[in-house]
Design a protein around this ligand. Structure first.
Ligand SMILES: C[S@@+](CC[C@H](N)C(=O)[O-])C[C@H]1O[C@@H](n2cnc3c(N)ncnc32)[C@H](O)[C@@H]1O
Length: 280
């Protein structure tokens, strides 16, 4: 990708309707060096939110991943996209807590986040420390004095080397590049929500390239949407919220029906509260 037009085409092809309108550089900004604008898109315009020990990760690990890999001498899990590595560290810690030898790879398009993940030092807002206390007490996470770069606090927690050594991080664009390795489990959480239909298909095909027969692909938890009105069966939302709930319903349908695509995926989660697939 070399020009602003290349970036526009990329975003319009793979990301959701209107995404480009929200991020397109305007006025003088559009005249900046295209390399700088492209870097800005990947480092600052794509959403980066992530969290350690999400309930959905914990639940799917305990109920689907653990039974699947418990007799294996070694397993590998991919967190794609991994953002700053919090999801990958969570998976590595779950492995250690369960005496399982798991190697975790984290891949993401954002080089800044891959740098942070590789350093093993992340910033966790203070209100989340209460939730993380058990892992801090058990030595899986270490609070460190606030670490700042350019006046911004960039880290206050470090994962010790016995956790970090189980994780490796790489820059990877899952929309344009398939996976060279195969994994026992791939977690792909909070990516599809940003993508167009084209983008979803491209990401899915590239993710499946990293699965062996019997490997698991775990995608997002369905969004909660209000149940239809009992009296008339109509969706229980008003015009103001329609757009929001509309896309949530569509996305839920997408996550719940990957087995209908021609990709050799079989749904192994029985209830529609989880989206766990096995490669056949
Ligand atoms: C909201 S974060 C989700 C991180 C993590 N999976 C989670 O759920 O906490 C979305 C991540 O997707 C990454 N991303 C967006 N487009 C991507 C692409 N084409 N290839 C790889 N990663 C991408 C962003 O850089 C960002 O880190």
């Amino acid at each position: 990708m070399q020009t602003l037009d290349d970036l526009r085409l990329y975003v319009e092809t793979y990301y959701g309707h209107d995404f480009w309108r929200g991020v397109a550089p305007r006025g003088r900004d559009a005249e900046k060096n295209p390399e700088e604008l492209i870097a800005k898109f990947f480092q600052h315009d794509l959403p980066t939110k992530t969290r350690m020990f999400r309930e959905y990760i914990d639940f799917t690990f305990n109920h689907f991943v653990k039974p699947r890999i418990k007799d294996e001498p070694m397993s590998n899990i991919l967190s794609m996209p991994c953002a700053n590595g919090e999801e990958a560290f969570t998976l590595a810690i779950h492995g250690l807590e369960n005496d399982l030898y798991i190697e975790v790879e984290g891949r993401d398009i954002n080089p800044g986040l891959i740098d942070i993940a590789s350093s093993g030092k992340v910033y966790i807002p203070t209100f989340r420390f209460k939730q993380l206390q058990p892992w801090i007490e058990d030595g899986f996470l270490k609070r460190i004095p606030k670490y700042s770069r350019g006046g911004i606090v960039t880290a206050n927690v470090e994962v010790p080397s016995f956790v970090k050594d189980r994780c490796q991080f790489f820059i990877h664009d899952i929309l344009e590049r398939s996976l060279d390795e195969h994994y026992d489990v791939i977690y792909c959480i909070n990516l599809f929500v940003y993508l167009s239909d084209n983008g979803k298909d491209a990401a899915l095909e590239n993710l499946v390239s990293g699965l062996n027969t019997g490997s698991l692909l775990i995608v997002d938890q369905p969004y909660w949407v209000p149940p239809p009105n009992k009296r008339n069966g109509m969706p229980r939302y008003n015009a103001k919220n329609e757009e929001i709930y509309g896309w949530k319903v569509d996305l839920n349908e997408f996550y719940a029906s990957l087995h209908k695509k021609d990709l050799g995926l079989k749904k192994v989660s029985k209830f529609d509260t989880h989206n766990v697939y096995e490669k056949t």
